[in-house]
Structure formats: C-alpha cells, structure tokens
Design a protein around this ligand. Structure first.
Ligand SMILES: Cc1cc2nc3c(=O)[nH]c(=O)nc-3n(C[C@H](O)[C@H](O)[C@H](O)COP(=O)(O)OP(=O)(O)OC[C@H]3O[C@@H](n4cnc5c(N)ncnc54)[C@H](O)[C@@H]3O)c2cc1C
Length: 452
C-alpha cells in the first residue's frame, strides 16, 4: 500500500497532521492501534486553552466535546495559605469531553480524505538507503503483518514514540529520553455526591511531599463531575502516583461517597522539545517529540500545532521533491519559533520547581518573591526580570531564605539565556551540531545549579 504520508497514531497530533496533509491534496493514511470508536480516549486532565484553537483556525468546541468553560487557573501553596489567581485569555479555555474531542479531530482528517487503518499497530519504521520509506505494522485482531509504504512517515504515536525509538543514530534524533524528564501521572474522573459551588478555575495544588516535582489538579466539569489527578517527577525514588492519589487526594471531604467513572495512569514528557525532530523521510510530532508545556504538562495544544506544521512542511517538501532531512528541516525551525523557545525557557523553571522545598514555595508565594504577574509572564513565554525597586523589596523579604532567592535569580537569568539561544535555532541541519552542543552545555549548567 503506497501513500504520500503515513501518520502513525490518531491522537491530537496525528489527526491534525493527517488533516493538514490531506487538505493539501496528499494521499494520507492514519495507522492506529485502537478501534475507530476508541480514538480520543486518553488519560488526561482534559483542559485546553482557547488560544491553541484560534492559532490553528479551528472552531471552538460547541457540542458534546465541550463540558465546561474555564476562566483561568488558581495555584495553591503547599500550606494552602496563598492562592495565585491567573486570569488571562491564554489561561482561559475549556474542559473537554476528551473522547468526543478526539472523535471530532478524527472526523476533520477523514473528511479531508485521509484513510484510517484502525486496530493496526505500527511495529517499526522501514528504512532503505538511510530514508524512512514506510512502516511495518500488525493487524491487532489477526496478527497479520502489513507493510505500508510512504514518502514521509509522521510519528504521532505519543509517549511510546514507536518510530522515533527505532531511528538510526545518523538521523540525529534522540531515541531515548531521561526518566527525570517524565511525569508519572494518575487520574480519575469522579461523580461527586453533590454539585460544588460554581468553579470556573482549574485548581492546581503544589506540595512536594505529595507530588515531588509535580502537582495535584482538581478540574470541576459541572454536573458534579470532576477530573482529578496528580503527577510526580520520575526522579530518584519517586512515589507511586496512584498510591499518592488514594492517600492524599481521595481522602479529601469533597470525594466522600463519590463514584469512579474512569481511572488510569500514563506518562507526560515535560521537557524541552527534542533538539531535532526530523530525519530523511520522517517527522516526529506531539508527545513523541516531547512537545508538552514543562510547567503544567499541557500538550494538547502544542501537539495539534506540531501536527499542523508537520502537514504543511511535508506538503512543501513534496512540492520540491525533497523529503530529506534538509527538506523537512523548516518544521524544526517553525515549531521552535512558535512554541519551542517558550518551552525551553520553562524547562529551566521546571528544574527549579523539582527541588523546591515546601517551605520555599510557601514563603516565596506568600511574600511574592515570585508574583502572579511573573508566573503569568513565564507562562506566556515572555521575558521577565526581577525589577529594581521590586527586587530591593524582595531581597528584604527574602533575607531569611537567601539561598532560595539566589536560585530564583539564577533561574530567571538562565531562562533568558536559554530563550536567546533558541531564538538562534539553526536554519539548516549543517549548523545543528554546534547549536546542540551549546544547548547541552546550557542545560548541564541549569541542572548543576538548580538540581542539588
Ligand atoms: C495524566 C495526564 C494529564 C494530562 N492533562 C492534560 C491537560 O489537561 N491538557 C493538555 O493540554 N494536555 C494534557 N496532557 C498531555 C496531553 O494528553 C498530551 O500531550 C497529548 O495528548 C499528546 O497528543 P499526541 O497526539 O502526541 O499523543 P496521544 O494523544 O497519546 O496519541 C497517540 C496515539 O497513537 C496511538 N499509538 C500508540 N502506539 C501506536 C502504535 N504502535 N501503532 C499505532 N498507533 C499507536 C495511540 O493509541 C494514540 O491514539 C496530560 C497528560 C497526562 C498523561
């Protein structure tokens, strides 16, 4: 079976890649191990910022896929004494019915003419003369092996990254990522006994003892339903997220006599994007390329963006008859420009949060060593510096926690340095190795100064 584009995985990244490539007139197939009906089901917090859809020209969810509108985020300090309320159009959006949202995206791809092969598990890429020229797959029901040939393969298989992990070293794509860059998560959707008061904010609870390097979320969906879960950084002897959830979250009074509607565990790769996401005949998207916001773990938006950019870039590369790494390189450049710079800066901030003590977080939030505006600016990917008069005040307030204040200052400086470096992302593969080495040096510096 021969295609222009083979997309592996019909999640948010895959559906957008298939839709965009098919829209450009290409012959596209989507290979998905689940049944068509199951597509869209995912262990997720189900929150999506409105701006992600606007950027892609997609209409807002309006039917069953919309469960609730949200106005922003509330972040609670470990002692619950301080609450940061972040209200901004970039933090307002939707709580989705994830399954129906996924089904809607799939329909957009199929309506453009993409062909779906469901119940079909991709086993590995087929590589000939240093090009990916297709994939070997297995029909889940019969175990029959099938070969799909294509000019470009898109890895949109999520955290499993079934194509990426088997690419040859010469393609300069990282096959494996560090465990420390992944959050292990557990999430349940529960029916509460009674409706809680009107809640229009996503609630995030920081507590390094319950969720080291991560957080707990409570997203109220209306009709007395809540999406609740937590994530922990997979560093050292990290705790079991499900155990933490049952011991620390479900024991809260709000869950008394609640009913479990759906539960599950999964991984979230919360680091900077892969340094390079293309090889000859192959493009990596979504979670497979680690395109998640490092601070809050949101990846629906960036995965859709990456799928869209992959579809566009592939169409252009095919027009020029060049699907080499060089021909597909503009995908890297565009993604870094649109979201990667911000993601890389936030990856530095994540390193600070991983080792923060509860006392530092309580103190830092209470005395506004970091203000709501700083958090907002960081979240928007804008530069922020501790301004002079404010800085003086903060030093004064921080006198008892000078080491934390120093770490904060180092973090802000490094974030700005990293972002400046990413603004110079190489325009062609030729300059990549030099850039990558500098990236390594910068993150090694961040790790040595912030992770102790
Ligand atoms: C607990 C948790 C909570 C989260 N909460 C949020 C949130 O509130 N908001 C947000 O924006 N993001 C959230 N995220 C992140 C978000 O879910 C992901 O970033 C996003 O779904 C990535 O999309 P994707 O298309 O790359 O991968 P996926 O959605 O994982 O899709 C991958 C697809 O590939 C298929 N596949 C896998 N292997 C194969 C194979 N061998 N052959 C064929 N098909 C295969 C899978 O079945 C799946 O359909 C959360 C993640 C977790 C784990």
């Amino acid at each position: 079976m021969k295609y222009d584009v083979i997309v592996v995985g019909a999640g948010t990244a895959g559906c957008l890649a298939a839709k965009t490539a098919a829209e450009a007139g290409l012959k596209v197939c989507l290979i998905e191990r689940k049944s068509q009906r199951e597509i869209g089901e995912k262990v997720c917090g189900d929150a999506l910022g409105e701006h992600h859809l606007k950027v892609l020209g997609l209409s807002p969810p309006q039917h069953g896929e919309l469960e609730k509108r949200i106005e922003g985020v509330k972040i609670y300090s470990p002692d619950l004494e301080t609450v940061f309320t972040i209200k901004h159009e970039d933090f307002s959006g939707y709580l989705l019915n994830r399954w129906l949202f996924g089904q809607w995206l799939l329909k957009l791809a199929l309506d453009e003419g993409a062909t779906l092969y469901d119940h079909t598990q991709c086993l590995e890429p087929i590589i000939e003369k240093s090009y990916v020229v297709g994939v070997l797959a297995k029909k889940v029901k019969t175990n029959e092996k099938v070969r799909y040939e294509g000019k470009v393969v898109v890895d949109a298989s999520g955290f499993l990254a079934v194509v990426r992990r088997k690419l040859p070293k010469e393609m300069m794509v990282e096959n494996e990522i560090s465990k420390e860059d992944v959050e292990a998560c557990y999430r349940e959707i529960r029916q509460l006994k009674r409706e809680v008061e009107e809640k229009n904010y996503c609630e995030i609870y920081l507590n390094q003892k319950v969720t080291p390097g991560g957080y707990t979320w409570l997203f109220y969906k209306g009709d007395a339903k809540v999406n609740a879960g937590l994530g922990v950084c997979m560093r050292d002897n990290f705790p079991n997220p499900k155990k933490q959830f049952y011991e620390h979250v479900l024991t809260q009074p709000v869950f008394e006599s609640s009913l479990l509607l759906d539960g599950g565990a999964w991984y979230d790769p919360t680091r900077r994007p892969l340094d390079n996401m293309v090889g000859n005949g192959v493009v990596i998207t979504g979670d497979a390329a680690c395109l998640v916001n490092p601070i809050h773990g949101g990846g629906i938006g960036p995965s859709m963006l990456s799928g869209y950019l992959a579809g566009k870039t592939i169409a252009e590369a095919l027009e020029h008859n060049d699907v080499s790494q060089n021909g597909l390189w503009p995908y890297n450049v565009k993604y870094m420009e649109d979201y990667g710079i911000k993601q890389a800066g936030l990856d530095v901030f994540r390193l600070l949060l991983i080792t923060c003590k509860n006392e530092d977080l309580n103190y830092g939030m209470k005395y506004r060593l970091l203000t709501e505006e700083d958090v907002l600016k960081a979240g928007l990917g804008q530069e922020f510096s501790l301004n002079i008069t404010e800085k003086a005040k903060r030093v004064f307030r921080g006198i008892r926690r000078i080491s934390f204040l120093n770490k904060l200052r180092i973090t802000v400086n490094l974030m700005n340095k990293v972002k400046a470096h990413y603004k110079g992302y190489p325009k062609t593969p030729k300059d990549f190795e030099k850039w990558r080495l500098k990236t390594e040096v910068l993150f090694a510096e961040a790790r040595s100064k912030l992770l102790e």
